[in-house]
Ligand binder design. Structure first.
Ligand SMILES: [Zn+2]
Length: 462
């Protein structure tokens, strides 16, 4: 099985979950507006306290049940869904994030960096958790969007020295102190998994392979945590609820269904429990039950963008494009800075096949691309919006952009050439088609050109 096939299989996991139970080893990057937002709110103050510019740190969510978090080439942090699901308190999750932030701030990953050619491409998964479901049973479509095998270099993982680990342990506590939070989670997280110390390395969670727990390690963190305990504020009820909602969503979306039942028995009427059950019902294609649950959530929190997003998703994917427009529109109104939400709305608008709606979709997709220039799915949908307006040159150009982003240079070249033939060379789009042709020209070295295109993409506006 090629790298790409393996990757695709992993990426497609939430999709296939409609039909197949996921295994604990399924792995792929996932995107979700809500989870990304919450992780940002948890992490940005820690990044800032570490002297980093929060916007420069990329965060990725890895769909994997095991406990892990790591940093890779550049300021890239990866969080496993298993870590989010197992954290008992926001402080536990923040503690791990703080420790990993140490590796970035102290330059550990830079000094030990091995070439990671894949690192520029790790944001390829450009659709939300639920939107991936569109590609159930359409591996070719998914392949076009997620790119070719050549794009996925091995990410380098860093095995740090013991002294670096010790430095990051303390650095993590310090970040909690600087942000006025308790570091008890840094300690309790290690204690909870202390039993893994006794396991053979291969049986440990990956985090504890790289971060072996020892009494020394725990006691030095505990000592520092105790020193700052007096100044710490408790986590707010919102922060505590945010963790529960992320967990409910992940349990709902990545299953298996038995986990939803065991973590959220019917007697549990809390908001997270209803959220998880609504998602589970949607995945079980019990649309009516899903919508009933979602309505109850919306009634309770009418300003929660993600409840409206979920409603829109359920409607859209059950073939009700027109009805899905209003909830998606509401989600964008409530959370206007999220590319993923805009793309959802655009997709629904395109689905209505009405001219004014398609025009509106075009604008939303441009906004989304402004926020995320490398969002291949947004380019894909923009191509559809152009094609429906018979703007074939622009549609071909958008397809060329999409293909370039996912690393399918042959396709990028092909569509850019077709776009150039149809477009006026004295317009920005005509110029852009020419640029993509040059950059994806099979005679050029694709890897060397990649950097140039990223620079170009920054300047490029339609
Ligand atoms: Zn570490």
């Amino acid at each position: 099985m090629g790298v790409m096939q393996k990757f695709l299989r992993a990426v497609a996991a939430p999709v296939l979950a409609l039909a197949l139970p996921l295994t604990a080893t399924a792995q792929g990057l996932i995107r979700d507006a809500e989870i990304e937002q919450i992780l940002r709110e948890y992490s940005d103050p820690l990044f800032a306290a570490a002297g980093l510019k929060p916007a420069d740190v990329n965060m990725y969510i890895v769909q994997d049940d095991s406990l892990n978090a790591f940093v890779a080439a550049g300021q890239n942090m990866f969080i496993h869904t298993g870590l989010i699901m197992e954290a008992r308190t926001p402080e536990e999750l923040k503690g791990v994030i703080g420790h990993e932030t140490g590796h970035i701030a102290l330059g550990h990953n830079v000094t030990r960096q091995v070439a990671a050619q894949g690192s520029g491409n790790i944001s390829l998964i450009t659709m939300g958790l639920g939107a991936l479901a569109l590609f159930a049973g359409a591996p070719d479509a998914a392949l076009a969007l997620f790119g070719s095998a050549s794009q996925f270099g091995m990410l380098s993982f860093f095995k740090h020295t013991r002294s670096e680990e010790a430095a990051c342990d303390l650095f993590g506590v310090e970040l909690m102190e600087k942000t006025g939070q308790s570091a008890d989670g840094n300690v309790s997280f290690m204690e909870k998994f202390r039993y893994q110390e006794l396991m053979s390395e291969s049986r440990r969670d990956p985090y504890f392979r790289v971060h072996p727990i020892s009494s020394d390690r725990i006691s030095s963190v505990a000592r520092r945590a105790k020193e700052i305990a007096g100044k710490a504020r408790p986590q707010t009820p919102e922060e505590i609820m945010q963790l529960k909602m992320m967990q409910a969503k992940l349990v709902g979306f990545i299953g298996p269904p038995s986990r939803v039942l065991s973590r959220y028995p019917g007697s549990d009427q809390s908001m997270p429990a209803r959220y998880a059950r609504a998602i589970a019902a949607y995945r079980a294609v019990d649309i009516k039950a899903a919508l009933t649950q979602i309505e109850s959530l919306i009634a309770e929190q009418p300003d929660n963008a993600y409840f409206h997003e979920l409603k829109g998703q359920v409607l859209f994917e059950s073939g009700k494009s027109a009805e899905s427009v209003a909830p998606h529109r509401k989600s964008v109104e409530l959370s206007p800075k999220h590319a993923l939400l805009k793309v959802n709305l655009a997709r629904s608008l395109i689905g209505t096949k009405q001219d004014p709606a398609i025009k509106e979709a075009e604008g939303l997709l441009m906004d989304a691309i402004q926020l995320e220039p490398d969002n291949a799915f947004a380019w894909n949908q923009l191509a559809v919006a152009y094609a429906k307006q018979d703007r074939i040159g622009d549609a071909n150009l958008a397809t060329a952009e999409e293909a370039y982003i996912v690393g399918d240079l042959a396709r990028a070249f092909n569509f850019a050439r077709r776009a150039r033939d149809a477009l006026d060379m004295n317009t920005p789009n005509g110029q852009r088609a020419d640029d993509i042709m040059a950059l994806s020209d099979p005679r050029n070295n694709p890897r060397a050109m990649r950097r140039n295109l990223s620079e170009l993409a920054l300047e490029h506006r339609h």
